[in-house]
Design a protein around this ligand. Structure first.
Ligand code: NAD
Length: 330
């Protein structure tokens, strides 16, 4: 099995890069990583992997990418944190072409298993407006009112996976990731997410001797954050499983953005004055993963504590900044 060709779409990205690294460690010998970005912007790149730079919105490129593939992980999407997705809804929705054309190519080449990375952004807005957290169960995606742009694309693509399974017997697996973070991902430039942005702001304030940090919103938005190793473990477990419906892969350790800042300040050994920017993109009021289904079906839930994951993330971003390694901006 480990000699079969595995394709990772979005292999130059944060999760895709870690997934390729992990497949290599597991002993897979034929891996193809595909991404639209030039190779020097990939977060991780390996000489023993077949690396291709292709725009997967194009149907012909999806066919090139999946020829002879046994398994496919689709992690390619035009996306970023709230700052990006609130201001780039059309670009986010265009990722529908990536998943659609990859599914068509997977069907054409008889791919055995196909993984799609969906998101907590598919969940209906009305469950996420209160300070009282509603832990989001898989069934809460319907009746649908997903995050505008990005969330609707994810929901539609989930359904494409389902119908390719029902109509063409393509074996599809769909994870709804909840805020995945860790080293070797975007930390600056507009696409970064809250954990990386907060690390960067605190590191820069510390190095410059500034006493302030800008926080988007009032800091009381609630979230759960999933460390990359947990995300990968869940992804591989789901891919191997018989779980045919979309499933949450997300921590259930709820924190406010203010508590996330507390954690990073503690790591940095600094205390900053918080300036709240109420006009900045802030997303829903509360969002948390409900993990009964994953516990029951995969006998596992994410377990890496936020403070431990943030320590590793902080230390990697600190390294990038002090060694003048700019974050690739695309
Ligand atoms: P990322 O931006 O680091 O990776 C996505 C990769 O897709 C990028 O390298 C990008 O260049 C590539 N890509 C974009 N358009 C492409 C195209 N047309 N052709 C080929 N490649 C293209 O993001 P990530 O955090 O690694 O996310 C991976 C997947 O997981 C995405 O589908 C994302 O929506 C999903 N997801 C991520 C999170 C998270 O918190 N990181 C949460 C929910 C869902």
């Amino acid at each position: 099995m480990k000699n079969n060709l595995i394709v990772v779409a979005g292999g130059g990205g944060f999760i895709g890069g870690h997934l390729v690294a992990s497949l290599r460690k597991k002993g897979y010998s034929k891996i193809r990583a595909v991404d639209i970005k030039p190779f020097d912007q990939w977060w991780q790149i390996f000489p023993d992997v077949e690396n291709l730079q292709l725009d997967l919105k194009d149907k012909g490129n999806c066919e090139k990418a999946l020829e002879s593939a046994e398994e496919v992980y689709n992690l390619a999407a035009d996306m970023g944190g709230m700052g990006f997705i609130e201001n780039n809804k059309a670009l986010c929705m265009l990722s529908v072409l990536i998943n659609t054309h990859l599914l068509m190519a997977a069907h054409k080449y008889g791919v055995k298993r196909y993984f799609y990375s969906s998101s907590a952004c598919v969940y209906a807005a009305e469950k996420q407006i209160s300070d009282d957290v509603v832990y989001l169960k898989e069934e809460h995606a319907y009746p649908a009112m997903a995050e505008d742009g990005y969330g609707w694309e994810k929901l539609f693509s989930e359904r494409m996976c389902r119908h390719f399974h029902e109509d063409f017997k393509l074996c599809t697996r769909v994870a709804r990731y909840h805020n995945v973070y860790g080293p070797m991902g975007t930390w600056d430039g507009g696409r970064e997410k809250a954990p990386a942005a907060i690390c960067r702001k605190i590191i820069k304030a510390k190095l410059a001797g500034n006493q302030e940090i800008e926080i988007w919103g009032d800091g009381n938005q609630k979230r759960t954050f999933t460390y990359i190793d947990d995300c990968l473990y869940g992804t591989f477990a789901l891919m191997k499983s018989d779980v045919e419906e979309p499933i949450n892969i997300g921590s259930d350790e709820v924190v406010t953005i203010n508590s996330l800042v507390d954690i990073v300040e503690k790591i940095a050994k600094i205390k900053l004055k918080r300036i709240y920017n109420l006009n900045a993109p802030k997303g829903v009021r509360s969002r948390a993963s409900e993990n009964t289904l994953i516990k029951r079906r995969l006998d596992w839930t994410p377990s890496i504590k936020l403070c431990d994951g943030m320590e590793k993330t902080y230390s990697w971003i600190y390294d990038q900044i002090v060694n003048n390694r700019p974050c690739p901006i695309y």
